[in-house]
Design a protein around this ligand. Structure first.
Ligand code: THU
Length: 147
């Protein structure tokens, strides 16, 4: 598990270099781990119309769901901070946790595969490990629309 955590966090760290964040200057990378071993990572995408900004987790979730989501989501890693010369974020002081919208985006993907993924959030000197259900209790799901 620690190996998976370290690998996924490293993937998220490297994905932070893909961020397009000229407005906040805050680069975030999010990496997704699926049960079949596949992984996908993305960076945040900002916009001159600030409110249209897409967080890294949302870009990753959207990309994964474009592919039809063949496998359950087992873990998510997030790494963010100000970029170094190579564009890779130097981890911010406090662990970067997903915003409310991203929690809901991840929940949609997780519920498709019936999992409660681990979410690893990198900080300068600590890694926060939480279940998605701890970050988003009483989630609104597809089931809510059916009944
Ligand atoms: N951001 C993410 O991409 N993920 C998070 O978990 C927190 C915030 C982005 C949004 C915006 O581009 C920048 O970080 C500053 O909020």
């Amino acid at each position: 598990m620690n190996q998976m955590r370290d690998e996924l966090l490293d993937l998220a760290r490297r994905a932070s270099a893909k961020a397009y964040a000229p407005y906040s200057g805050f680069h975030v990378g999010a990496a997704l781990q699926f049960a079949d071993g596949s992984q996908l990572a993305a960076g945040n995408v900002e916009n001159a119309s600030y409110g249209l900004t897409l967080c890294a987790e949302t870009v990753a979730a959207g990309s994964a769901m474009q592919g039809g989501l063949g496998s359950p989501l087992v873990a998510v890693a997030i790494h963010g901070g100000r970029p170094g010369a190579d564009g890779i974020a130097i981890a911010a002081g406090a662990p970067v946790t997903p915003c409310g919208r991203c929690r809901q985006m991840l929940e949609e993907m997780a519920s498709q595969g019936g999992t409660d993924p681990l979410v690893w959030c990198a900080g300068e000197s600590e890694i926060l490990e939480l279940r998605l259900s701890e970050l988003l209790p009483y989630a609104f799901r597809k089931d809510n629309l059916d009944g």
